[in-house]
Write a protein that binds this ligand. Structure first.
Ligand SMILES: C[S@@+](CC[C@H](N)C(=O)[O-])C[C@H]1O[C@@H](n2cnc3c(N)ncnc32)[C@H](O)[C@@H]1O
Length: 302
């Protein structure tokens, strides 16, 4: 790695306000697009600059030239890339985000899958939280499904939630399963009582997800840009909410086609409230606003 001398206008005298030139912005945003799929338009240049300045400080670098040279090298791809991804991904999430989806899951999706014999005592229900961020979504799913299975009159079946994200930092938080009390405000009281544990030390303001829920959720790092997602099992339900908005149409359609290949026919996919599959050539039918069902062979499209 070679250190470039500072150029006039390249960075300000203050260490923390290094500037990203338009040329380097284009190279960096192109690199991010090909590695992660995320489209960073020129209006977001200042945001990218701000987020990556933290990395420059951490690495003791004084220019984006140095940073990019390092990042684009073999050494950078196997090391710094992970840290860069932590900075450029947007990880906003919540427990019970877009709660109508969880009502639809228990009132329509689970009964349909169980009635149709798609899932059973011998055939575990598999749900994928794709782009799970720090765990709020997969834990919400697991708590809702466990609560459903616990209800009188339901013949419970085993289930698992696979939680994946590209950001190592959020996956580590998800694995810890510890959250600030303010974060769990949207969790309904009964679910809180059953599945959230208060710290023995009341001053911490933290809660932890109960072991019976944690054991149903497995976290792993997965990049949607990878050719093969490597699942052994076919997926019954995918939650991919508030993720594809960061991708362009071409990548969105490719990704949805890959999701489709991972799913069982008759499986469901939940998208974020501002995301649509409209105009894409996919074997899905709409089940509800922002919820789609994979068409079963021989059933044709509606
Ligand atoms: C805004 S969060 C959505 C979290 C959750 N699904 C929800 O709706 O609350 C988007 C997540 O997608 C992840 N992501 C972005 N690009 C990705 C990629 N190429 N592969 C896997 N995950 C990605 C980000 O790291 C981020 O945690």
């Amino acid at each position: 790695m070679t250190a470039h001398p500072a150029r006039p206008g390249d960075h300000a005298t203050e260490y923390g306000s290094v500037r990203l030139s338009n040329k380097l912005f284009e190279q960096l945003s192109g690199f991010i697009h090909s590695e992660v799929g995320i489209k960073i338009t020129p209006v977001k240049k200042v945001m990218l600059e701000g987020r990556l300045q933290k990395r420059l400080r951490k690495l003791g670098m004084r220019s984006f030239e140095d940073y990019c040279e390092h990042l684009f090298s073999d050494e950078g791809r196997s090391g710094e890339l992970v840290n860069m991804i932590d900075e450029v991904t947007t990880n906003k999430t919540d427990f019970f985000r877009e709660p109508v989806h969880f009502d639809f899951l228990t009132s329509r999706v689970l009964p349909a899958l169980m009635k149709g014999g798609k899932v059973s005592a011998a055939n575990k229900l598999t749900i994928w939280s794709a782009g799970c961020s720090s765990g709020e979504e997969p834990y919400t799913i697991a708590m809702v499904v466990k609560d459903f299975m616990d209800a009188d009159g339901v013949q419970p079946i085993p289930f698992q939630v696979i939680a994946t994200d590209i950001s190592r930092r959020v996956l580590e938080k998800g694995q810890r399963a510890i959250y600030e009390e303010e974060k769990v405000v949207p969790v309904p009281a009964e679910i809180k009582r059953k599945f959230l544990l208060r710290s023995k030390n009341p001053g911490t303001g933290l809660v932890r997800i109960a072991p019976e829920i944690r054991s149903c959720v497995s976290f792993r790092r997965l990049n949607f840009m990878d050719g093969d997602f490597g699942f052994r099992e076919k997926i019954d339900v995918i939650f991919c909410r508030n993720v594809i908005i960061y991708f362009d149409k071409v990548i969105q359609e490719k990704l949805l086609n890959k999701f489709c290949k991972c799913m069982k026919p008759g499986g469901y996919i939940f998208m974020g409230h501002s995301e649509t599959l409209f105009g894409m050539d996919l074997p899905f039918e709409q089940a509800a606003p922002t919820v789609y069902r994979k068409i079963q062979v021989g059933m044709g499209r509606k």
